[in-house]
Design a binder for this molecule. Structure first.
Ligand code: PFF
Length: 477
């Protein structure tokens, strides 16, 4: 059964985790959030969170996977039994599965846009086009449910094919080809940006900060983004961790993933903003930064169509290496629990996520307004799904931190972490208190109705509640 599988090499987990971490979050979301939130100050908070909260929780998540050696749901079921904790902690697995399913549904639609732009670039359709034409083109894509569904289907089917082939023949082999190619392309795009764009202005924008520029909202988005970009809190890293070699170091691996992921976001930011500034365009275009502003920058540059096409291939590859990590936890669960074959399990997960993705597709056109989602939640179905995942991911991360911090015994953790007692104590402090406090804060703030003075009150209550719960966890451990 897949639960007993281990990656072929000691370093494969690193490759797989980097594949999962590096995706639309780095190439699409990070630059546009940075652009909207004024640059350096946003990056500072983002990087601090990655290192103080992200890395410890990443270690916790891999640890739960590797000690249980099963899919997140079955693994948590196993751990709650062996550690005599409440079965409620199994919800870490279920929450993760739900989040993976929801993220996959919209991730695939957005990756589909990149497919469209790969095509437009490589066929030279945008060469010399002006701002109005390019932005009208993006609007036309969003207005077409048929076209979006086509791309969404192609993207998700390809991801399914890779996972369906299994962790060795599909995921490992796929990543081994894709990841080096992605790094190479990113370097090419960076060099291109340096030659044709304004890299000085980009570096200035990204690396000088005035902390006063950052709104509370930006601060919270930075924390949320650091979770999303490391694929934390939803079982993807736990599922991959279940296949991790016992010899690989959790700490070193976590630091390496965080480092590579952050470096790639920075390089992508540098390349994209060089082109944007070089073309005299604005940085605060929101989600359209990659699909409107960037194509516009490429439209007038030498070899712009070719390099732009290659850039969108990079986006696609990065998205695929992430989407396979969204399929794996649920597929592995179906295989373990219901004895399905891997292709059957993958098909069920992917067909369901595909159907769910249609809600995102129509959110940009026929259901752009006046639906039940707008009536009840004042947002489109897509925005509602995104909100749900923004709640599930931190919540999952919080529970993972608490379970690993309080329920696992010292000797178990020491065995997984290595024997450095100072590092053990630091890590435990981070996952017991620092992570949960930071995450509770963000979590509460993602609920739109909770604002103003209500936030600190609820935050304090939550932290007290979390502490009380942890005490119970510890007693029963
Ligand atoms: N980390 C991915 C990105 O930055 O695009 C997104 C992601 C993948 C989130 C897998 C969660 C996940 F489980």
């Amino acid at each position: 059964m897949s639960g007993h599988n281990v990656w072929t090499h000691k370093g494969t987990f690193l490759l797989a985790a980097v594949g999962s971490a590096v995706g639309l979050g780095n190439l699409w979301r990070f630059p546009y959030l940075t652009g909207e939130n004024g640059g350096g100050a946003f990056i500072l908070i983002y990087a601090l969170t990655i290192f103080a909260v992200g890395i410890p929780i990443f270690i916790a998540e891999t640890m739960l996977g590797r000690t249980s050696r099963q899919s997140p749901i079955m693994g948590m079921r196993h751990l709650t039994k062996t550690h005599k904790t409440s079965r409620a902690w199994e919800s870490i697995g279920w929450l993760g599965a739900a989040a993976a399913f929801l993220i996959l549904s919209f991730y695939s639609v957005i990756a589909g846009w990149a497919l469209h732009y790969t095509w437009l670039m490589l066929t030279g359709s945008l060469v010399g086009a002006d701002a109005t034409t390019i932005s009208a083109g993006f609007d036309a894509l969003l207005a077409s449910p048929g076209l979006m569904t086509l791309y969404h289907t192609l993207f998700i089917a390809f991801s399914a094919l890779i996972v369906g082939l299994g962790i060795h023949k599909g995921i490992e082999s796929g990543l081994r080809i894709m990841m080096p190619a992605l790094f190479a392309i990113l370097i090419v795009v960076l060099i291109y940006g340096v030659i044709n764009g304004d890299v000085g202005a980009a570096a200035n924008f990204l690396f000088t900060f005035n902390i006063a520029d950052l709104s509370l909202e930006g601060w919270l988005q930075a924390v949320g983004q650091s979770f999303f970009t490391l694929s934390l809190g939803m079982g993807a890293i736990m599922a991959y961790g279940a296949y991790m070699s016992s010899e690989a170091s959790l700490t070193r691996t976590a630091i390496a993933v965080a480092f590579v992921d952050t470096a790639i976001a920075m390089v992508a930011g540098l390349a994209i903003f060089s082109l944007v500034f070089g073309a005299g365009l604005e940085t605060d275009q929101g989600p359209g930064l990659m699909f409107v502003t960037l194509p516009l920058a490429f439209a007038d540059m030498p070899f712009g169509a070719l390099v732009g096409g290659v850039f969108f291939i990079l986006v696609l590859g990065a998205a695929i290496s992430s989407s396979i990590s969204l399929i794996e936890p649920v597929a592995a669960f179906l295989v373990e629990r219901f004895d399905m074959t891997r292709p059957q399990a993958v098909t069920i997960m992917v067909v369901a996520a595909w159907a769910m993705g249609l809600l995102t597709v129509v959110s940009f056109n026929v259901w752009a307004e006046g639906t039940i989602f707008h009536a009840l939640f004042e947002r489109s179905a897509f925005e509602f799904i995104e909100l749900l995942t923004n709640i599930f991911m931190p919540l999952g991360g919080l529970m993972i931190a608490l379970f690993a911090g309080w329920a696992l015994t010292q000797s178990e953790v020491m065995k997984e972490l290595g024997t450095n007692i100072t590092w053990f104590k630091t890590w435990r402090l981070l996952v017991r208190f620092v992570g949960p406090a930071a995450v509770s804060f963000v979590f509460l703030r993602t609920i739109p109705q909770v604002e103003g003075y209500v936030v600190p009150t609820l935050g304090a209550l939550l932290i007290v509640g979390v502490f009380a719960l942890s005490q119970r966890l510890r007693k029963s451990a």
